[in-house]
Design a protein around this ligand. Structure first.
Ligand code: ACM
Length: 575
């Protein structure tokens, strides 16, 4: 049946024939299954041209979607059973609406590549094998980061990626909305963030030492209505959109819009543009009260737009040189009773950790949020009268800070290897594993000169298939804090959706299986079996219009001859 990701259990009854979807096939679903039924009717209706009218439940000519509390108990809310049997038609029983939705995605895969088209082709039949499938995900967080800051991806691209994630049973879209090179979400309280911060004059083509520039201005942003649409579209597909507002580094676009946010006694921040090149950038936020208030305003609007429990505040790659040189920042360190600049960053992160927890949300940040210690007189509590006191939501977790000074509900995206995630899990924090050495999809997919803008070490389809989110060194209690994993698509060298497709696929299909399916240890994984199933899956991707990297290497227009990357030889260190 060539399902990807592989289900937990699947039995095909090849000897007894098949079920055929016909113009009169009914789709029966109670009110609790209305969402998955709506989705299934719309995609299968488009692909087959059949109306899939409501039926009265069961029978050979029908598809039936139902919630089943026994499946909830056995397989969880995301679990489902799908059976196709003579006299019964197709039944999907879900532990919850999400389980029904994932079951409906499996049904679509079983119907063949044509089920991914948006109009019927002549002369097709729609056969399903008689089968029994029982399925549920290994992890709750099956994520993909899309960096829409470095290269803006129009709303349609984001909606398309939501569909692509859902087709692979991935359920978190982490949108990297702000960076030095662009601010991508409208903030009404501070309109210059997009009036100024969403646009740059030109763009470096290739990485640091590249002499090439695209001299066209670049930019774009999502309005509040765009975000509401993306979030609702994703929710219908059981995908949660996690917004990232990166602080206190990676903030030059915000400083270009509001120079007072920067370290004004060290650099003339009024002269800083939205950054046009790449790399770690010294121009960072000044961690002073007015900056806190500004970002509370920003986050208040973000919370109103994004219902996600988790809100990502970045926290990565913040050079401290300007803080060291600044009398203003040094006075702040003294006033707060902090040891040094690292502790100041920690104080800054802890402020927003508490601020989010007070509003019923949970902070997630890159693994740098574990650095800097837990010191200082103000342990990150919002001060009385600090503006947005807001609704006092339920605490995500208890009130006591962990050894990192964070609320217990704060979570870590472990990107510089596994080490940050291991430390966080041991301290009781939830972790999303996204080690760059394993699942950074901007890293090149093969050796050789043909790969477009080659970055870092080679990570092949097989390498990604052997990714294991839970390191052996964690005991069972600690391992339970690994709530999932994420593949990150950074777009410095991807200036279009075609370039993103090339880097994301087929590796995202392999990644999906590492977070959904109960795979054995990396060395024992059936790579050949996976590659064989991929032969069918490429047909699905073709029907979806995904411009993946073909197994034989890039097509001529997928190459970028002459554009300098930053390849590193040899295998990546596993840390
Ligand atoms: C990161 O890649 N700087 C999180």
């Amino acid at each position: 049946m060539d399902l990807i990701p592989a289900p937990v259990e699947a039995h095909r009854h090849a000897d007894i024939g098949h079920f055929e979807l016909r113009p009169g096939t009914a789709l029966s679903a109670g009110p609790e299954a209305a969402g998955p039924a709506r989705w299934l009717r719309s995609v299968l209706g488009a692909a087959t041209g059949f109306a899939l009218l409501p039926g009265d439940g069961g029978g050979d000519g029908s598809i039936t979607l139902r919630l089943d509390p026994e499946i909830t108990a056995e397989l969880g809310a995301e679990g489902y059973r799908l059976s196709v049997a003579p006299g019964q038609g197709v039944r999907i029983d879900g532990g919850g609406p999400a389980g029904l939705f994932w079951g409906a995605q499996t049904l679509r895969q079983l119907l063949g590549p044509g089920a991914y088209r948006r109009a019927p082709l002549a002369g097709r039949s729609w056969r399903l094998p008689y089968c029994d499938i029982a399925d549920a995900p290994r992890f709750a967080w099956r994520g993909v980061l899309l960096d829409v800051a470095r290269h803006f991806m129009p709303k349609d691209v984001v909606l398309r990626y939501v569909d692509l994630l859902a087709a692979h049973k991935l359920n978190v879209l982490h949108l990297h909305l702000t960076d030095d090179q662009g601010w991508r979400v409208e903030i009404r309280r501070h309109p210059r963030l997009t009036e100024v911060g969403a646009w740059r004059t030109r763009t470096k083509v290739g990485l640091r030492e590249s002499p090439l520039w695209d001299e066209r201005p670049h930019g774009g942003f999502y309005t509040h209505d765009d975000i509401r649409e993306i979030v609702a579209y994703a929710a219908e597909r059981h995908v949660t959109v996690v917004p990232e507002i990166d602080i206190p580094g990676h903030s030059q676009a915000a400083i270009a819009a509001y120079p007072e946010l920067g370290v004004t006694d060290v650099v003339d921040t009024t002269a800083l543009p939205v950054l046009t090149g790449w790399g770690i950038n010294p121009n960072v936020l000044a961690p002073v009260e007015s900056t806190l208030r500004f970002y509370e305003d920003v986050l208040a609007e973000v919370l109103a737009l994004f219902p996600s429990t988790f809100v990502h505040i970045g926290g990565d790659e913040c050079p401290k040189d300007q803080w060291r040189a600044s009398a203003m920042v040094q006075a702040r360190i003294k006033e707060l009773g902090l040891r040094d600049e690292d502790e100041l960053q920690s104080w800054f992160v802890r402020h927003f950790d508490r601020w989010l927890a007070d509003r019923g949300r949970r902070l997630i940040g890159w693994d740098e949020i574990l650095e800097g210690g837990a010191g200082g007189r103000d342990r990150g509590r919002p001060r009385a009268g600090s503006g947005e006191e807001g609704r006092q939501g339920e605490r995500a977790s208890g009130d006591e800070a962990t050894e990192y000074g964070l609320t217990p509900g704060a979570a870590v995206s472990s990107w510089r290897g596994y080490a940050g995630g291991i430390a966080a899990a041991r301290a009781g924090h939830d972790v999303v594993m996204c080690p760059e050495s394993q699942v950074y999809l901007d890293w090149r997919q093969a050796g050789g000169d043909d790969e477009p803008v080659p970055i870092a070490h080679v990570r092949t389809l097989e390498d990604v298939y052997r990714f294991e989110p839970v390191p052996d060194s964690l005991g069972p209690r600690e391992a339970a804090h690994v709530i999932g994993a994420q593949a990150n698509i950074w777009t410095e060298t991807m200036d279009s959706v075609r370039a993103v497709d090339y880097m994301a696929f087929p590796r995202l299909a392999a990644f999906a299986e590492t977070v959904w399916s109960p795979l054995p240890a990396p060395a024992e994984r059936d790579v050949e079996g996976f590659v064989a199933r991929m032969a069918t899956h490429y047909g699905r991707l073709d029907a979806l219009g995904v411009e993946y990297r073909p197994p034989g290497g890039p097509l001529p227009w997928q190459r970028r001859p002459g554009v300098v990357g930053r390849p590193i030889e040899g295998p990546p260190p596993i840390v």
